[in-house]
Design a protein around this ligand. Structure first.
Ligand SMILES: C[S@@+](CC[C@H](N)C(=O)[O-])C[C@H]1O[C@@H](n2cnc3c(N)ncnc32)[C@H](O)[C@@H]1O
Length: 312
């Protein structure tokens, strides 16, 4: 049995049986989804071998993250009317959850970030996605592990959804830190950046307005719509558009993109869509099932579990 270090919300795996230590060097399979504790997995990944790492660890909110998925089903007696006047009913799906509470968050994260730094290629980059509960501590930790010179950007993902506090400014952003393994040798495909509209197009002339402008380090992007096609039902699923921007600008076709807090597999989908290879790792059996379903068309190798493709 495996547990997070010093955690109150442990994910339990029969990991030793699935991943014997002797198999360590064989674990890194391109286009694979791995059910594993990420620290144990990373110990089997070679130095300097990954071009891009994006991770979105649990945020230490102290809460158990969960969500009950809803789906609409055609039903003549249903209570909702949809496209073409058809009647639908709403069905509750399974409850998907994982623990998001650690007694020692930085103690949990530090060895995983050290492994990220070790396994990144010399021109590789790490993107760490966090929120306001821990971001300030994480930046200091990253400075210690990567070196202050390796800090490239603090990206603010700004969204606009959900309730608004009347007692303080509503918190509507996450932070994504970009660290390059070598600050003078990294991938930044400027021409592959999706351009955004000017706020005052009338002030910049027709041609410039038509071309749009380069986004800054503040990225406005709506959350994954609660009832849209992109929604998997996995709690804290991140928008594909954010990951597509990171993958296109910070890696090249054919290169290896890894996410070892993979959740529903958003990073893998972005990588596969843009002809990169992906390696996804998550310790939650529900997460890897969802990722496998999302990535079916790319025939991922599923390691440590058997995909049940009928799962919603
Ligand atoms: C915030 S979610 C990631 C969501 C993901 N970015 C997405 O778009 O769906 C964090 C994930 O980390 C996983 N996780 C937590 N501890 C882990 C560990 N020790 N090893 C591997 N995965 C872990 C959880 O199961 C959860 O799926």
């Amino acid at each position: 049995m495996l547990t997070f270090s010093a955690t109150t919300e442990a994910i339990e795996l029969d990991s030793p049986a699935l991943f014997p230590a002797s198999a360590a060097q064989d674990r890194m399979k391109p286009n694979s989804i791995n059910l594993a504790d990420n620290l144990e997995f990373l110990s089997g990944v070679r130095d300097d071998s990954v071009n891009l790492i994006y991770i979105d660890p649990p945020f230490n909110t102290g809460a158990k993250q969960s969500m009950t998925s809803l789906k609409t089903v055609r039903d003549e007696d249903g209570d909702r009317t949809g496209f073409g006047g058809n009647r639908y009913r709403t069905e509750r799906g399974g409850n998907k959850s994982y623990g998001d509470s650690f007694d020692d968050y930085l103690g949990f994260l530090a060895p995983r970030l050290e492994e990220a730094q070790r396994t990144l290629a010399q021109n590789g980059s790490l993107f760490l996605h966090v929120d306001q509960h821990e971001s300030h501590y994480c930046k200091i930790l990253l400075d210690q592990i990567f070196g202050r010179n390796s800090f490239m950007n603090e990206i603010i993902w700004a969204y606009d959804y959900g309730g608004r506090s009347k007692r303080k400014w509503p918190s509507k952003h996450d932070t994504i830190f970009w660290y390059a393994k070598s600050p003078d040798n990294y991938t930044f495909n400027y021409d592959d950046i999706d351009r955004i509209p000017y706020m005052a197009p009338g002030l910049v002339g027709k041609d410039k307005a038509a071309r749009g402008k380069t986004p800054t380090d503040v990225w406005w992007q709506t959350i994954v719509p609660t009832n849209g096609k992109e929604r998997t039902g996995y709690p804290t699923q991140k928008p594909l558009a954010i990951l597509e921007r990171i993958v296109k600008v910070h890696s090249n076709p054919g290169e290896l993109v890894m996410d070892f807090f993979a959740g529903s597999g958003t990073t893998g989908v972005a990588a596969a869509k843009h002809d990169r290879q992906f390696v996804l790792v998550d310790a939650n059996p529900e997460a890897v099932q969802i990722a496998a379903k999302r990535l079916t068309e790319y025939s991922p190798e599923c390691i440590g579990f058997t995909p049940e493709l009928q799962l919603v």
